[in-house]
Design a protein around this ligand. Structure first.
Ligand SMILES: Nc1ncnc2c1ncn2[C@@H]1O[C@H](COP(=O)(O)OP(=O)(O)OP(=O)(O)O)[C@@H](O)[C@H]1O
Ligand SMILES: [Mg+2]
Length: 1022
C-alpha cells in the first residue's frame, strides 16, 4: 500500500471482486521513480537496467541476457523483476555484504537503492512488521547457483539489522552458528558444487511484535544418506568426516581410534578427491567445534556425536570374507571393536547383527547367515541409518537451542534453501527425489505468480493478453499421482510379494506411462532417442531439462531396509544419540514402515502447505558457468536457466500486471474501509468523527500502558543492578572488616605472647594498647584523697616506672589542691598538728586516734575561770585552759583542777585558788608514757622552794594541751615520751615512781609498793 501512486486512489472504483490489483507497468509512476532513483545512483550502478520491468525490449530473451551479462561483467550480480530478485553466481568474493552495505539498505525503500539481496530481506522484514503477517523467501536455482549463500546473507542481514539485546544476541548467535554445523553434516562436494546441500532446509525466523528476532525453527528434508557409503568419482562424503580426520586434535583422534589420514577410510576415498582446493577442512573443523559449544551442546553430546561419526568410518573399514560355506565372516576385528566401543554395544551381538539376520519361524527365531555381499549391504545400511538418524537428531537439537518458549504473538520469515536441480552422468534415486522437489517448488512459483494471477485478471474481465508459460504440473503428476505416478509404482514394487527387482519396476513404469510425453525409456523411445538410452534407464523431461535415471538401487533405496536384529542392537547402545535415534516404536511394529519416496512426497506436501499460508518473496539464482570459475558468463547455460525458470514469462506478467497485489479479503481486513458510493464515504467520515476520540484514547491508553511497562521493566532492571552493586559493596566492606579484625586479633595474640619482651614490631601495638588502656582506666580511677594510699591501680610491667611518677605527681597535685583550699584557721590548726606529729608520731599509742580530732582554742572559757584567779593572771595573757585531774604526790589522790597556760607560766587552779604556778623558765621537762593513757608529768626543779615537787596530772586532751604548751612555752624539746616508768620528785627530795602498763581496763591507783600504777587499754595499732 505504501508504494502506491495517487492514481491508485482513482483506480479504486475499478476493483476485482476477489483480488486488489493495481497497475504499475502503466509505467508513469515507475518512470518518475526511476528518474529519482537514477539521480541517486553512481554511474557504475547504472550499468544496464536494474529492474527488468523497465527493459524496453521486454519480450526479447537476448535483451534480457545482454542486460544480465552487462551487469555481471561489472560485478553487479543482482537485478530485479519487480520484487523478484535475480542473482547470478559470481564465483568470487564481492565486497557488497559488509556491515556498511547492510546499514545502507536498512529501512530504505526497495527501489531507492541498487538491487541487492539485503533490499529484499529488508523489504520482507518491514512488510512483515507493517502487515503483521508471515512471509517466506523462496530461493531457487540449480545446484551451485548460490541458494545457500543467498540464504546465509539474508540471515546475516537480519542478525545485524534487527534490534539486539543480550538475550536476542544469544538466539541470533545460535541461528547463525547452526549453519556451519548443518553444512558440515549435510553438505558435500559434488561435481556441480564444492559445497552442495544434500538435504533440504526450511528455516523459520521468528520475530516478536517489535521486530526482534526471538527464535528459530528448522525443518529438514530428506538427507542424501547414500553418500555416506558411496561417492561418485570427483565427489566427497559429507564434510564432517574430512573435517574430523584432518582437523581433529591428536588426543581426540586417539580417543576415537582414528588416524589423521583420509586415505585410511574406505568411505572417504571412493571419489578420489579427499582434498579440495576450495575447502579448508582444518579451519572448518574449528568453526564447527566452536559452533557446537555455542548451540547448547555439552561435552557429552559432542563426545557422542563424534563417536557416531568415527563409528561410521570404522564401520566402512569392516571387511568380510566367505567361509567354507560361502557365508560372511569378519576379518578385521579391530575395526569392529572400535565400532562396538564407540557405539557402546556388545561386540559379539554387533558381529552377529552384521553377518546374519533373525527370521521368525512360528514360535522360534532362527539366525540366517549372510553371504559376503549381503553382509556388506547390511553394514552399509547400518552406516547410513546411524548417520541419517543422527542428522535428524542434530536438527532437533539445534531447534531446541533456538526455540522461543514465550507464547506471545510472533510473525515469521521462512527461508527455503533446498538442494538444487541437478543432472549427473549417472543419476539415481537421490537425483530423482531432488529433481522432483525442484519440480514442486517450480510448481509453487508458477501457481503463485503466473497462473493464479492471470486467471484472476481473466475472471475479473480485465483486458488481459494471456502470457503463455510451461506449467510443470504435468511432471509433478507424473511423479506423484496416485496409482499411476512413478512413486506409486515404485512403492507397489517395493511392497508386492514375489520377486520384485529394479528392472521389474522399470517394466511396470513402461506399462503405466507408455504414452506420457515426459517419460521415455529404451523401449518406449523412438529410434533416434533410443540410441541415447540404456536399457536399465528411464528419462524424465523435467522443466529444467532432460534427466536420465538409472533404475539400479531404486527399490532398495526406497525400502531403506535395516534388519530388525541390528536395530535392536542399536537400541541398546550406550551412546545416547544412537539410543535415542533408534528408540522409536517403528522397530517394534510389524507393519512395513513408509517408503522413503512416500515420506518425501508427504513432507513436500507439508512444505507446500506451510509456504502457501505465507506471503512469498523470490530469489532466482542463476549459475554463470559450469566450471565454477569467476568472471565467466556462459550464455547458453544462463539462457537455458532463464528459460526453464520462466523468468521471461514472469517479466511479461509483471509488466502487464498490477504493481500491488493483495488478496481481497486480506485487503479488506487490513483497510476496513470500502467505499462504493459517496454516501458511504460521508457515512464513514461521520462514523469516524464519532469514533475518533474513542480510538485516540484507546491508542493513547495502549501506548501509555506499553510505555509504562517498558518504564517499569527498565526501572526493575536498574533496581536489580543497583541492588547487586550495593550488595557487592556491602559484602566487600564486610569482608574488609573481617580481614582487618583477623589481622588485629592475630597481632593482639602475638603481642600478648611477647608482652614481656623488648618492644618489637610484633608487640609494639599490643603494648601501646596496654598503655593506653591502663592510662584510660587510671584516669577514671584516680585516688580522691591524699590519704588514700591503697587504691592506685596496679600498673602493667611496662608502665611500672611511669605509674610511680604519675602517682607522685598526682599526690603532689592533690596536696597542692588541698593546701590551696585550706583557711588560715585550718592552717594554724595544721601547724599545731604538725608540731604534735613531730613530738608524738610513732611514739605514743594514742597518737593516731588524736590526729583526726581538731584542736580548739581553749577548753574552759574565761567565764568559767574564777574571777579572782582571772584578776591575778590576766595580765600574763591567758593562752589556753583545760580541765585536768591532778594526783597528790603522796597518796595519789585524784583532784579535779583547771590547768591554765599563760604567756609565762602554767597554773593549776582549784576554783578560786591558784594551787601551783609553774614558770616556764623553771620547767625542767615534761614526761608522758608511750601507752594510751592521759598522764602528764611536769618535772620541776626541787631547788625551787615555792614548788611542791613534780606535778602529776591526767588530761583527756593530752596532745592538744602539750602542743599548746610547747608553742606557748617553746618547750617542744622538753617533752619526753618514756616507756615503762617515770621517776618523779616529791617535796623534800623524795622520789616517787609512776609505772605505766596496759590492761583490760584503764585505771590509776597506788600500788602496794607505793608506785602510782597507770593502766591503760591497748590501742589497736601503734
Ligand atoms: N553471492 C555470492 N558471492 C560469491 N560467491 C558465491 C555467491 N553465491 C554462490 N557463490 C559461490 O558458489 C558456490 C555454490 O553456492 P551455493 O552452495 O550457495 O549453491 P547452492 O545453490 O546452494 O547449490 P546446491 O543446490 O548444490 O546446494 C559457493 O560455495 C560460492 O563459492
Ligand atoms: Mg545449497
Amino acid at each position: 500500500m505504501k508504494r502506491l501512486s495517487s492514481s491508485f486512489f482513482q483506480s479504486l472504483c475499478r476493483y476485482p471482486s476477489n483480488q486488489m490489483l493495481f497497475p504499475c507497468a502503466c509505467l508513469q509512476g515507475c518512470a518518475r521513480g526511476q528518474l529519482d532513483m537514477e539521480g541517486a545512483l553512481t554511474a557504475r550502478d547504472r550499468v544496464g537496467i536494474q529492474d527488468f520491468v523497465l527493459l524496453d525490449a521486454h519480450t526479447s530473451e537476448t535483451a534480457f541476457l545482454d542486460n544480465l551479462k552487462k551487469r555481471f561483467s561489472e560485478n553487479l550480480i543482482y537485478t530485479y523483476i519487480g520484487t523478484l530478485l535475480v542473482s547470478v553466481n559470481p564465483y568470487k568474493e564481492l565486497d557488497i555484504y559488509s556491515k556498511k552495505q547492510m546499514d545502507i539498505y536498512m529501512g530504505v525503500n526497495f527501489f531507492e537503492l541498487p538491487p541487492h539481496i539485503f533490499a529484499l530481506a529488508d523489504n520482507a522484514y518491514h512488510t512483515m512488521l507493517a502487515e503483521a503477517n508471515n512471509h517466506f523467501i523462496l530461493i531457487s536455482g540449480e545446484s551451485g547457483a548460490g541458494k545457500t549463500e543467498a540464504s546465509k546473507k539474508i540471515l546475516q542481514y537480519y542478525a545485524v539489522s534487527c534490534p539486539s539485546t543480550t538475550l536476542l544476541d544469544n538466539v541470533r548467535d545460535r541461528m547463525l552458528l547452526s549453519n556451519p554445523v548443518l553444512e558440515a553434516f549435510g553438505n558435500s562436494k559434488t561435481l556441480k558444487n564444492d559445497n552442495s546441500s544434500r538435504f533440504g532446509k526450511y528455516m523459520d525466523i521468528q520475530f516478536d511484535i517489535q521486530g526482534d528476532a526471538v527464535g528459530g525453527h528448522i525443518l529438514g528434508y530428506l538427507l542424501e544418506k547414500s553418500r555416506v557409503v558411496h561417492q561418485n568419482h570427483g565427489e566427497r562424503n559429507f564434510h564432517i568426516f574430512y573435517q574430523l580426520v584432518k582437523g581433529g586434535e591428536e588426543d581426540l583422534l586417539h580417543q576415537l581410534g582414528l588416524e589423521s589420514n583420509c586415505q585410511h577410510y574406505s568411505y572417504l576415498v571412493q571419489g578420489e578427491c579427499a582434498n579440495v582446493a576450495s575447502i579448508n577442512d582444518k579451519n572448518d573443523w574449528k568453526t564447527v567445534r566452536n559452533a557446537l559449544s555455542v548451540i547448547d551442546f555439552d561435552e557429552r553430546d559432542i563426545q557422542d556425536l563424534l563417536g557416531v561419526i568415527a563409528s561410521v568410518l570404522h564401520l566402512g573399514n569392516v571387511q568380510f570374507e566367505p567361509d567354507s560355506k560361502g557365508y560372511a565372516t569378519l576379518n578385521n576385528s579391530a575395526e569392529l571393536l572400535w565400532v562396538s566401543t564407540l557405539l557402546g554395544v556388545n561386540v559379539q551381538v554387533l558381529q552377529e547383527g552384521l553377518t546374519s539376520r533373525k527370521i521368525e519361524a512360528k514360535t522360534d527365531e532362527v539366525l540366517s547367515p549372510f553371504t559376503v555381499d549381503h553382509a556388506i549391504y547390511a553394514r552399509d545400511a547400518l552406516a547410513k541409518a546411524i548417520y541419517g538418524r543422527t542428522f535428524t537428531w542434530l536438527v532437533n537439537k539445534i531447534n531446541d537451542s533456538m526455540e522461543n518458549k514465550d507464547s506471545s504473538r510472533k510473525t515469521v520469515i521462512g527461508l527455503l534453501d533446498i538442494y538444487g536441480f541437478e543432472v549427473f552422468y549417472v543419476n539415481s534415486f537421490e537425483q530423482f527425489c531432488i529433481n522432483y522437489c525442484n519440480e514442486k517448488l517450480q510448481q509453487l512459483f508458477i501457481q503463485l505468480t503466473l497462473k493464479s494471477e492471470q486467471e484472476e485478471y481473466e475472471a475479473e474481465n480485465i483486458g488481459w493478453e494471456p502470457v503463455q508459460f510451461f506449467n510443470n504440473k504435468i511432471i509433478c503428476d507424473l511423479v506423484e499421482e496416485k496409482h499411476r505416478g512413478i512413486i506409486s509404482v515404485l512403492d507397489e514394487e517395493c511392497l508386492r510379494p514375489g520377486e520384485a527387482t529394479d528392472l521389474t519396476f522399470l517394466e511396470r513404469l513402461e506399462e503405466k506411462l507408455d504414452s506420457h510425453p515426459h517419460f521415455v525409456t529404451h523401449k518406449l523411445a523412438d529410434k533416434k532417442t533410443r540410441k541415447t538410452l540404456e536399457r536399465g534407464n528411464f528419462r524424465l523431461l523435467h522443466y529444467a531439462g532432460e534427466v536420465t535415471y538409472c533404475v539400479v538401487g531404486f527399490l532398495s533405496k526406497n525400502n531403506d531396509l535395516l534388519y530388525r536384529n541390528i536395530k535392536d542392537v542399536m537400541r541398546q547402545s550406550k551412546n545416547t544419540i544412537v539410543r535415542e535415534c533408534f528408540a522409536s516404536k517403528e522397530s517394534d511394529g510389524r507393519r512395513r514402515p513408509e517408503t522413503v519416496a512416500s515420506q518425501f512426497k508427504s513432507s513436500l506436501l507439508g512444505l507446500t502447505d506451510i509456504l502457501m499460508s505465507k506471503e512469498p518473496w523470490y530469489v532466482r539464482c542463476l549459475k554463470s558457468n559450469e566450471s565454477q570459475q569467476p568472471g565467466q558468463f556462459d550464455d547458453v547455460l544462463v539462457r537455458h536457466q532463464v528459460k526453464y525458470l520462466g523468468l521471461m514469462e514472469h517479466l511479461r506478467v509483471r509488466r502487464a500486471g498490477f504493481a500491488y497485489r493483495c488478496r481481497y479479503d486480506v485487503f479488506l481486513q487490513r483497510t476496513k474501509i470500502f467505499i462504493r458510493h459517496p454516501r458511504t464515504l460521508f457515512a464513514t467520515e461521520d462514523a469516524f468523527e464519532v469514533c475518533k476520540h474513542d480510538l485516540a484514547s484507546r491508542i493513547q491508553a495502549q501506548y501509555k500502558a506499553y510505555w509504562q511497562k517498558g518504564q517499569f521493566r527498565r526501572q526493575k532492571e536498574a533496581a536489580t543492578k543497583i541492588e547487586t552493586c550495593w550488595r557487592g559493596v556491602q559484602a566487600r566492606k564486610a569482608k574488609g572488616r573481617r580481614q582487618w579484625a583477623v589481622k588485629v586479633i592475630k597481632k593482639f595474640i602475638k603481642g600478648y605472647m611477647a608482652r614481656g619482651e623488648a618492644k618489637t614490631t610484633d608487640n609494639s601495638e599490643y603494648l601501646a594498647f596496654v598503655r593506653q588502656n591502663y592510662l584510660n582506666r587510671l584516669k577514671d580511677n584516680l585516688p580522691k584523697m591524699v590519704l588514700d594510699k591503697t587504691s592506685w591501680l596496679t600498673p602493667p610491667p611496662v608502665l611500672m616506672e611511669t605509674s610511680e611518677i604519675l602517682r607522685q605527681l598526682h599526690m603532689r597535685l592533690m596536696v597542692r589542691k588541698y593546701i590551696r583550699g585550706i583557711t588560715a584557721q585550718q592552717k594554724a590548726q595544721l601547724q599545731l598538728k604538725g608540731i604534735t606529729s613531730v613530738i608524738f608520731k610513732g611514739k605514743k599509742d594514742s597518737y593516731p586516734q588524736s590526729v583526726s580530732q581538731p584542736y580548739v582554742d581553749t577548753r574552759i572559757s574565761e567565764q568559767d575561770i574564777n574571777m579572782k584567779v582571772l584578776q591575778m593572771i590576766r595580765h600574763e595573757g591567758i593562752k589556753y585552759s583545760i580541765p585536768i585531774v591532778k594526783y597528790d604526790r603522796n597518796g595519789f589522790k585524784a583532784r579535779p583542777r583547771q590547768l591554765i597556760l599563760t604567756q609565762t607560766a602554767a597554773y593549776v587552779v582549784d576554783d578560786a585558788k591558784i594551787k601551783q604556778r609553774v614558770l616556764y623558765t623553771t620547767l625542767k621537762g615534761v614526761s608522758v608514757s608511750t601507752l594510751s593513757d592521759g598522764i602528764i608529768i611536769f618535772h620541776i626543779p626541787s631547788e625551787d622552794d615555792k614548788q611542791k615537787g613534780d606535778l602529776i596530772m591526767q588530761c583527756d586532751h593530752l596532745f592538744e594541751a602539750l602542743t599548746k604548751l610547747s608553742v606557748v612555752a617553746n618547750k617542744q624539746s622538753a617533752i619526753n615520751v618514756v616507756q615503762g616508768s617515770v621517776k618523779f620528785q616529791m617535796k623534800a627530795g623524795k622520789e616517787g615512781i609512776v609505772e605505766f602498763s596496759s590492761g583490760q581496763e584503764s585505771m590509776v591507783y597506788k600500788d602496794k609498793n607505793g608506785h602510782l600504777m597507770v593502766v591503760s587499754t591497748r590501742t589497736r595499732a601503734r
